[in-house]
Design a binder for this molecule. Structure first.
Ligand SMILES: [Ca+2]
Length: 250
């Protein structure tokens, strides 16, 4: 299995989809340098910290096997900071499995906490284009609900990064997939067109057009194979076939 990463985000933002508390300096999570995106929370849920634009360049046709997200984070004291929500972003849409650990406390010193794995697709299906998309990424929301030590808990995030695991595609697999897709698409389009003609025209004209198109397809396929074979391999005029059959029957 191949992989690309870990890569860091090119774009960070505060996202208001969940929570009420705004992240300070989201851009500080682009590199690991002990400079943080921070949040002072007092019994509240944070906004999403949104990471996208990772710059992946997975080869076209590869099979995506897993996505591993790592968040270097801490709560610098005797506080109660936990995850609220951790989800993937596919094509700019927050979706898939909920990966938040709502039980474990955040570490008290910088630690990369892992979400997903080399075999975890976060409940989604992925193409290489989905991963390479500038709007691929993830979101994280934290909370300090239940704080026991003071008026506020600090949520610190130093760095976020993603590694994507994949199996490189082969020429054979890409050819077969394109063939099957073109076949299925032509079949579905002809079916839908005949269906639409059914509703607009009479039932008799519809049934005749459907049966004729079906029979012409099957006959052209069989004749193109069997006729050429007999003519070129035996080179016998049609009239002699009947005579030879009669001789053979004697
Ligand atoms: Ca940092």
């Amino acid at each position: 299995m191949s992989y690309e990463g870990p890569l860091s985000p090119g774009t960070m933002a505060d996202d208001v989809t969940v929570g009420t508390k705004v992240w300070t300096n989201p851009d500080n999570t682009k590199i690991s340098d002990n400079v943080y995106a921070r949040l002072y929370a007092t019994g509240v849920v944070s906004h999403y910290l949104k990471a996208t634009n990772f710059g992946f360049a997975i080869p076209t046709g590869a099979i995506i096997n897993g996505i591993k997200v790592e968040v270097e984070k801490k709560q610098p004291g005797n506080e109660v900071a936990k995850d609220n929500s951790v989800k993937i972003i596919k094509g700019g849409v927050i979706s898939g499995d909920e990966k938040a650990d709502t039980v474990t406390q955040w570490p008290i010193s910088d630690t990369y906490v892992i979400y997903g794995s080399s075999t975890d697709l976060w409940g989604e299906t992925w193409t290489t284009e989905d991963i390479n998309n500038v709007n691929f990424g993830f979101v994280l929301s934290g909370t300090n609900v239940g704080s026991v030590s003071g008026p506020a808990a600090d949520l610190y995030i130093d760095h976020v990064r993603i590694t994507v695991y994949y199996t490189a595609g082969t020429t054979t697999s890409s050819t077969s997939s394109s063939t099957s897709s073109s076949t299925s698409s032509s079949t579905s389009s002809s079916t839908s067109s005949s269906t639409s003609s059914t509703s607009s025209s009479t039932s008799s004209s519809t049934s005749s057009s459907t049966s004729s198109s079906t029979s012409s397809t099957s006959s052209s396929t069989s004749s193109s194979t069997s006729t050429i074979f007999y003519q070129e391999d035996f080179n016998i005029p049609y009239g002699e076939i009947d005579i030879l059959d009669r001789i053979g029957n004697r």
